[in-house]
Ligand binder design. Sequence first.
Ligand code: ADP
Ligand code: 5GP
Length: 206
Amino acid sequence: MTREGILFIISAPSGTGKTTLSKELIDFFPQLRQSVSFTTRPMRAGEVNGRDYHFVSRETFDVMVAAGDFAEWAEVHGNRYGTALETLENARRGGFDLLLDIDCQGAAQIRKSYNRGVFIFILPPSFEELQKRLEGRKTDSPDVIGRRILNARTEVREAVWYDYIVVNEDLSVASANLKSILRAEGCRRERVLPPIAERFGISMEE
Ligand code: ADP
Ligand code: 5GP
């Protein structure tokens, strides 16, 4: 790959299908890697430390915040989540694309502090369907599901400032739309030309 790595930031209310869709993207694009966040949330059945998240105590998380280790962090549904600066740096140095599954507060912090990044918001078809998906996933108590639905009503309003919006009604359509967005972003003039302009005698000035 000759172009610089791209930072893709995906946000969605919990239960929309973000994890399912992200996995498809990671399996599809060889140059794309998933950013592994730090969290104080307890591990769910089937999750693996270091693969799904770096699971840390609240004390460790707060020490990292104080040390300036995070590019962004936020409290979501009562737990803390953060993206390490080192994760972004490794992607930049390694020249691969990075997928960040983070909430709107974190996405807004990235947008403010970096002038690069492609912001994608995934919407569920409706709040009713969102509730069904959370219940069907069987990973959260009714109490937690209630809190997530309540938060979703505020979160969806943030969709207004994202670059792209994908509605995850039919999984294969949503997945195809996301793949098109990622492909198109990789072909943007400002990403493709700089490393090869000289080879073709093209000036970067219009
Ligand atoms: P998130 O990461 O956004 O919290 P998940 O990827 O865990 O969401 O998906 C929540 C649940 O909804 C899972 O059980 C998943 O299989 C299901 N799901 C995801 N996308 C769809 C879809 N388009 N139609 C029906 N069910 C879906
Ligand atoms: P879950 O507990 O379901 O894995 O994630 C809950 C929420 O936390 C999701 O909206 C997810 O996008 C968000 N999240 C996960 N990692 C991060 C992170 O590093 N930073 C921020 N700001 N949010 C995150």
